[in-house]
Design a protein around this ligand. Structure first.
Ligand code: FES
Ligand code: MG
Length: 575
């Protein structure tokens, strides 16, 4: 059956056969009326769908997949949609991050084990994007990302209400006694009122921007609202394009070069992107075999300005970003720093895609010369409290707190924090440093978004809105504050964070990239001798496998045995 004039496609190892196994591979697919000529060697395109009603941000993905399919048919390909594990940030406990690597395994094995020549990755909610990128990178077929797009702007009583960011703000207002419970309930349906993912520059919008700046999507992918007809056009165009990419053998590793990651780091600074991108990009780079380190984030990104006035660093929302020109307009502003050679899925360079992009609103997308915030990239801290690093997002912090020395108020874990924080007798004032332990990859487990600890109510009533906070946790991309995150090694892995006690003095100096625990080495050694490592949170199952193999945040929190790429080799026949 295989057409000798064409190069042999991967899918032809299934469909191009005249034997017993060829019968099996084709016949069962014919049960829904696939005609025999579909198996003639045309590119077979997998549509990897993270649709789930348990992932509200991806609840429109059936329609999106249909659009991709139309595009694949139009270009002469054969689309086959398949589901993979979907991770919803808001419902899944203890944290969706516990399952990112599990979902990536599902993606990897589903692609490699099936008769696919290329894949379209449908991703939206925070963890779905890195999970699909990681899994697909470990196979390295031609792949194109299609994000679900952000929700329409939240609107509440005449004002804007941003996903996540508004929750953190309003819940503190309720705790301070300044907002009524009924108003808080009403805001729930005002914040999220259409399909799509969080419409602040949280992790989902950040990761969609990372996919676009890495070159893994068509231009415009990051910002088109989920319910805008142009999102469907993009999905359809991506379906057409993946068929061509298969013919060109434009595999992921040709796009995901070191220079592409460097460009993504620059873009993350320029958009005021989520700290979670640090972990996810390190993990994706690990899969495709690119040597990227935590320090690269600081070296490449820290001097760069934030151009985008979007929540949580600023005031606008993703809809405004799209109408102002979207990510291409930001990338155009980065003319003096961007690497112009990086390739994208459309076969052109990132720079060629963006160099003429219009900017329709300078209040949303500022120029490089007159940025929204200067030197806004992620800062990587070191010191005796975080020998392998910690991160802070200066653009979302209070400038006056970026250099601070304060007395530690320590919480052993998140339960202890919730218990203690609302206790009016807690000995704390606004100069203290809140320290949270055991929320890292092994400790929580899964490295929860617990790093932006709420403030004690008595300080909220005083009008305090920020304090220095230090933990081995992550923070929601929609959150803000002077929050030191990803302290590595984490407490549960025996990092110095485990040894901090109430009353110790902690020094933060972001300018000097320093996080220091002012306790003598002898005293720390004494405390270490008394420390015992925690038992695994579960004896069996995924959580046990994760606990035994997860790497620390500075390495991307991937499982040790998942790092790398096994390629797209064709497995043995199944009979
Ligand atoms: Fe899904 Fe924010 S909860 S993107
Ligand atoms: Mg999140």
């Amino acid at each position: 059956m295989s057409d000798t004039k064409r190069p042999l496609r991967r899918s032809q190892a299934w469909f191009g056969r005249h034997d017993r196994d060829g019968f099996i591979y084709r016949s069962w697919l014919k049960n829904r009326g696939i005609p025999h000529d579909q198996f003639d060697g045309r590119p077979v395109i997998g549509i990897c769908n993270t649709y789930s009603e348990l992932t509200p941000c991806n609840s429109h993905f059936r329609t999106l997949a249909e659009q991709v399919k139309i595009g694949v048919w139009e270009a002469g390909g054969f689309p086959l949609e398949f589901p993979v594990m979907s991770l919803g940030e808001t419902l899944l406990r203890p944290t969706a991050m516990l399952f990112r690597n599990l979902a990536s395994m599902d993606v990897e094995e589903s692609i490699r084990g099936n008769p696919l020549d290329g894949v379209v990755l449908l991703m939206g909610c925070d963890k779905t994007t890195p999970a699909l990128m990681m899994g697909a990178a470990s196979v390295d077929l031609p792949a194109i990302g299609v994000s679900g797009g952000p929700m329409l702007s939240g609107k509440f009583r005449g004002g804007e209400l941003g996903s996540g960011t508004g929750v953190w703000q309003m819940s503190e207002e309720v705790r301070a006694g300044r907002m009524a419970q009924e108003d808080f309930f009403e805001a729930e349906s005002c914040m999220h009122r259409s399909h799509g993912h969080c419409m602040t520059m949280g992790t989902a919008s950040t990761m969609a921007s990372m996919v676009e700046s890495l070159g893994m999507s068509l231009p415009g992918n990051a910002a088109i609202p989920a319910v805008d007809g142009r999102r469907n056009v993009l999905a359809r165009a991506s379906g057409r394009r993946i068929v061509e990419m298969v013919k060109e053998d434009l595999v992921m590793s040709k796009i995901l070069t070191r220079a592409a990651f460097e460009n993504a780091i620059r873009v993350n600074a320029a958009i005021g992107g989520s700290t979670n991108a640090v972990i996810h990009l390190l993990a994706i780079a690990g899969r495709i075999g690119i040597d990227l380190s935590l320090d690269d984030w600081d070296e490449i990104g820290h001097k760069l300005p934030c151009l985008l006035d979007l929540q949580p660093s600023g005031k606008h929302l993703m809809e405004d970003f799209y109408y102002a020109g979207g990510l291409p307009a930001v990338i155009r502003e980065l003319e003096s720093v961007i690497d112009r050679q990086t390739l994208t899925v459309n076969g052109r360079t990132l720079w060629d895609n963006c160099k003429d992009a219009p900017n329709w609103n300078r209040e949303v997308i500022h120029s490089f010369g007159e940025p929204f915030k200067p030197e806004a990239g992620i800062a990587v801290l070191r010191g005796n409290l975080c020998p392998d690093g910690a991160v802070i997002k200066p653009s979302a912090a209070t400038p006056a707190l970026l250099k601070h020395r304060g007395r530690a108020v320590v919480f052993e874990n998140s339960d202890h924090m919730h218990e203690r924080l609302d206790d009016e007798s807690l000995d704390v004032d606004e100069t203290c440093v809140l320290v949270l332990k055991n929320c890292g990859p092994k400790g929580y487990p899964g490295m929860a978004e617990a790093g932006n600890m709420p403030l004690p109510p008595k300080l909220l009533r005083k009008g305090i809105t920020d304090m220095v906070r230090v933990s081995d946790a992550r923070m929601s991309g929609t959150a803000y504050g002077t929050v030191v995150l990803h302290v590595t090694p984490e407490a549960a892995a025996g990092g110095p964070l485990a040894l901090v006690q109430d009353g110790d003095m902690v020094e933060l100096d972001v300018e000097a990239r320093r996080l220091h625990l002012d306790v003598s080495d002898e005293e720390l050694a004494r405390r270490r001798a008394a420390w015992t490592p925690p038992a695994p949170p579960m004896e069996r199952g995924w959580t046990r496998l994760y606990f035994d193999h997860v790497q620390q945040a500075n390495l991307g929190a991937d499982l040790d045995f998942l790092v790398g790429c096994s390629g797209a080799g064709i497995p043995k026949d199944n009979h």
